[in-house]
Design a protein around this ligand. Structure first.
Ligand code: EPZ
Length: 430
């Protein structure tokens, strides 16, 4: 039993260092096996999902060496197996990046169907369509996605829907294909750009990442590189909203403010002050929060991965707000949890209708998935009294040392592993 025990009501104040982007790291780890030379990656977040990727890589003969908590050396010159199917990889989404990477390098891959957060239907048709367009045969057999090709040849690929995963997966499969590949209606997320930059630093020829047309000229092979992963946009955004809901004053450091624009804009709209520096953003929340409307969209729109966090803030804002989820259809599971804390919210279709309440009160709640789990922690930090957040394994998939970083800002939060520890926490916080 691992839980977070939280006594809310303390404004968070101070500075917090943001780590490397989890969703960039997951793609970059898979891409690192596309060369036989050594790859050195820095600013790797030390979270459960990256560890699962590293373990999976070791299971097929990739040599991985953690130089320190956030740096890793990878050498994939002696891959022994093109099948990645351990139990752990079935639980994460990004395991499917091994297909793009192995297919691109070895023209063959078998990978367990991916899991990941249960936030709606998460098909992989666009990935398969892209690999097939490059000349691969792709089937699903016995729970494995099996892809193979005698050769891969560049092609013009139109993505019917903007997909981060499919853009990354097709990009990896195409970098060593013969000739030119064009991906139209590509995802523009910062981690898509980071992956393209990483592959280019290994000798790939990818242009246009960050726009909706990515052009790739196939190269014969890739070489080793040293690369630093970009900061995590969503971790940063989560701490920015932690400041907002606790009426705090928090500076997120080691960020790219440009990547946070849609988040900063919404925070300003609901009454927070934002100060931007070169690699930091300060959020000051001294006034009562105001209502607004928000709709999640692909980058540069407001991220779906920040949807539960903004809903927690709007639940405490004056007036009525609307949050519309346009990417995943099942991303409102946290609303029942928030209702237990006194929130006034109801969901109709893809929209949550929120009437602000003056405060939340502490409750026993569960983390329904990674981002909603982080949002439940924010709600508990804002609430009066003690809350206990269960199922924190979801949160640990994507947030490194979340309680430690929050405690550094003054939060009263502890990870507890037994009832005794929980009682001790309650006695301590009074
Ligand atoms: C990535 O998921 C992220 N995961 C998600 O973050 C994030 O919510 C999502 O992008 C959107 O930004 C990782 O990077 C590991 P998509 P992904 O393909 O790639 C549809 C987190 O909390 N679609 O961009 O799976 C799909 O159903 C996680 O860190 C197809 O129809 O998302 C969705 O409606 C949660 N067919 C839309 O596209 C496909 O083949 C966007 O999904 C692929 C996707």
């Amino acid at each position: 039993m691992e839980q977070y025990a939280i006594k809310g009501g303390v404004p968070l104040v101070g500075e917090v260092e943001i780590g490397g982007a989890k969703n960039a790291a997951l793609g970059i780890l898979a891409a690192a096996l596309m060369t036989d030379e050594t790859v050195y990656i820095e600013n790797m977040p030390d979270v459960r999902d990256t560890q699962i990727m590293l373990d999976a890589m070791q299971s097929i003969g990739v040599v991985t060496e953690k130089v320190d908590a956030h740096s890793v050396k990878i050498n994939a010159s002696h891959i022994t197996d093109l099948t990645v199917a351990g139990d752990a990889v079935k639980k994460i989404r990004a395991s499917y990046y091994f297909i793009g990477a192995l297919l691109g390098k070895y023209k063959e891959a078998k990978v367990a169907l991916p899991g990941g957060c249960n936030i709606g239907s998460r098909p992989i048709d666009l990935h398969m369509k892209g690999w097939r367009a490059l000349g691969a045969t792709v089937d699903i057999n016995g729970g494995l996605i099996c892809a193979e090709a005698s050769k891969l040849v560049g092609h013009h690929i139109y993505m019917d829907q903007v997909s981060v995963g499919a853009t990354i997966n097709v990009m990896m499969a195409a970098v060593m294909a013969e000739g030119k590949t064009t991906i139209e209606n590509a995802a523009k997320e910062p981690h898509v750009v980071d992956l393209a930059n990483f592959l280019n630093s290994m000798g790939a020829n990818i242009k246009g990442a960050g726009t909706d047309v990515i052009r790739i000229k196939g190269v014969q092979k890739l070489h080793g590189t040293e690369y630093t992963i970009i900061p995590d946009q969503i971790e940063a955004g989560t701490f920015m909203f932690a400041a907002a809901v606790t009426k705090g004053d928090v500076t997120v450091k080691n960020v790219i403010p440009k990547h946070l624009e849609s988040i900063s804009a919404k925070l300003q709209e609901i009454g927070c002050e934002i100060e931007e520096a070169d690699d930091a953003v300060r959020v000051v929340a001294s006034k009562t929060l105001r209502h607004t409307q928000v709709k999640t969209l692909p980058y540069p729109g407001f991220p779906t991965d920040m949807q539960p966090q903004i809903a927690v803030a709007l639940g405490l804002a004056e007036g009525s707000s609307m949050v519309t989820e346009s990417i995943f259809e099942n991303r409102f599971k946290y609303v029942d949890e928030l209702t237990k804390m006194g929130a006034d919210m109801k969901v109709e279709g893809r929209t949550a209708f929120i009437t602000g309440v003056p405060k939340y009160s502490g409750a026993n709640i569960v983390a329904p998935d990674l981002r909603a789990g982080a949002a439940m922690v924010l709600a508990a930090l804002a609430a009066e009294g003690v809350s206990v957040v269960d199922d924190i394994r979801y949160i640990e998939r994507g947030y490194e040392n979340f309680p430690g970083k929050l405690a550094g800002l003054g939060a009263q939060i502890e990870k507890v592993e037994s009832d005794r520890e929980l009682q001790k926490f309650k006695l301590k916080v009074g």
